[in-house]
Design a protein around this ligand. Structure first.
Ligand SMILES: Cc1cc2nc3c(=O)[nH]c(=O)nc-3n(C[C@H](O)[C@H](O)[C@H](O)COP(=O)(O)OP(=O)(O)OC[C@H]3O[C@@H](n4cnc5c(N)ncnc54)[C@H](O)[C@@H]3O)c2cc1C
Length: 429
């Protein structure tokens, strides 16, 4: 074996700037080999034209090209993490491994196993907080427990905030990268094809009107940061550095993201269970035909249908409309939130377990800080309030003004009463 090296493992931090573990790796004193593993365990579950895989592939390919300037690149592997690390240990004399933490249950288990494997081979492993400002037990109640209600969590988050937490983690590539060259795998090598759907670049141009306009889908002024925060193509520290103080509604949304991240961390049972067990008795109707109408956007409720069609065609749905479609599935159709959650997970470019799960449980009323079950959105009132000129619904439903558009699949009043009855019985049983 030749000289000792360090490895930086890219995961949900697909960028070269302001990257904590990468910054530390580059100052470790050993030449750094950047590695990305296309994890077979994850890829095998996905459709062959999954747009998120294409996005990750394009992003990593760009990073590889950028590092070529320094006679380096990204070693791109396509296997399971365990096999990848065994291969790396055979090939290189590794002194240290650096990575940024991921708090999802699959990732936590994977990282524990890989760390044990590496440490068992006398390799030093260091992990860092990077995708959030506060992680794990950073924001706790005074009694040491985790917060389960957003507003007090946010107040504590703000009280603990210090400018040092958003300092840039600079990455100096000029002298510390391992020089090597290897072929970068193509999308075809991974068994995938390009997708018609693309991740939009994020857009911070409308933050001054965000508070007033973010609820109106046809204004389309939200940031499209979702996938960029999910895959780490932007640093959350950089976003907050760009704000004028800590008062903005936009910052509150970033804090919602951290709130749900810590809920998933402290209560991993939410992946398969209601946060509140008192809702376990709800008798969902789970009608397959109704579910298909919802998925295809043919419920006869324009706001629901426009949202589902936007999702199916673009991999994105506006937040207000996500709330309406999710509420409709759980309350009007009495379909288990886990069905809707799984559909969103398949389709959303910004799919993230913590936020998706947290928001679905919010909509179903089963979550930690959820809308009370008896608060049932009226999809018609929501349309009048948030798309009164029908601009959004006309955009996604071409037949909206014609005879082909279906009548509502359920009557709102009847469905509302049914939901109240079923929820009430579920809680009492
Ligand atoms: C049923 C349902 C499912 C959802 N699933 C996801 C998901 O899988 N992944 C996801 O990132 N968001 C999810 N959200 C939250 C929200 O809808 C999206 O973050 C937002 O629409 C993404 O668009 P944007 O980046 O333009 O948002 P912006 O309004 O510009 O917000 C900026 C960022 O703040 C964060 N954020 C905003 N709202 C929320 C929220 N309610 N909860 C958590 N973080 C938030 C996101 O990181 C977002 O990118 C879901 C919401 C609902 C109601």
């Amino acid at each position: 074996m030749s000289k000792k090296i360090s490895i930086f493992w890219f995961r949900r931090d697909l960028r070269l700037e302001d990257n904590t573990a990468l910054s530390v790796a580059l100052s470790s004193g050993k030449p750094v080999l950047p590695v990305f593993i296309f994890d077979e365990n994850i890829l095998n579950e996905l459709d062959r034209d999954d747009a998120r895989v294409a996005f990750i592939h394009q992003t990593m390919s760009n990073i590889n090209t950028a590092l070529k300037k320094f006679n380096s690149g990204v070693l791109c592997m396509h296997t399971t993490p365990e096999k990848a690390w065994k291969e790396l240990m055979n090939k290189y004399d590794i002194e240290n491994v650096f990575y940024n933490k991921d708090y999802e249950p699959y990732a936590k288990e994977r990282d524990e196993k890989i760390t044990a494997l590496l440490e068992g081979n006398s390799i030093d492993v260091k992990s860092f907080k990077d995708s959030v400002i506060f992680e794990e037990n950073d924001v706790l109640k005074n009694d040491g427990g985790a917060y389960t209600v957003y507003t007090p969590y946010k107040n504590k988050w703000l009280s603990l905030f210090k400018p040092e937490l958003i300092e840039e983690q600079k990455c100096d590539f000029t002298k510390n990268l391992l020089e090597f060259s290897s072929d970068f795998l193509s999308l075809k090598d991974l068994g995938f094809t390009a997708s018609d759907i693309e991740v939009m670049p994020y857009n911070l141009k409308h933050l001054d009107i965000y508070a007033d306009k973010r609820d109106f889908p046809s204004d389309d002024i939200t940031t499209y940061l979702g996938p960029h925060l999910r895959f780490g193509t932007v640093s959350v520290r950089k976003l907050i550095r760009g704000l004028n103080g800590l008062e903005s509604v936009f910052l509150s949304e970033l804090v919602w993201r951290e709130f749900f991240t810590q809920i998933l961390y402290h209560y991993p049972k939410v992946v398969t269970q209601n946060f509140r067990a008192k809702y376990d008795g709800i008798k969902w109707r789970n009608n397959q035909e109704d579910f298909e109408k919802w998925c295809n956007g043919t419920t006869g409720y324009p706001m629901v249908d426009a949202g589902m069609r936007q999702l199916n065609q673009t991999g994105y749905m506006h937040n207000r409309v996500r709330m309406i479609t999710a509420g409709f599935l759980c309350k009007h159709l009495l379909i288990d939130w886990q069905w809707g959650e799984a559909y969103f997970a398949k389709k959303l470019l910004d799919y993230e377990l913590a936020s998706n799960n947290g928001n679905w449980q919010w909509a179903a009323g089963t979550g930690c800080d959820a809308a009370p079950y008896f608060r049932i959105f009226n999809p018609i009132t929501q349309l009048k309030k948030f798309d009164k000129d029908f601009k959004y619904v006309r955009k996604w439903i071409p037949e909206f003004d014609g005879f082909d558009y279906p009548d509502p699949m359920v009557d709102h009043k009847t469905a509302r009463e049914r939901a109240l009855k079923v929820y009430k019985e579920g809680i009492e049983n």
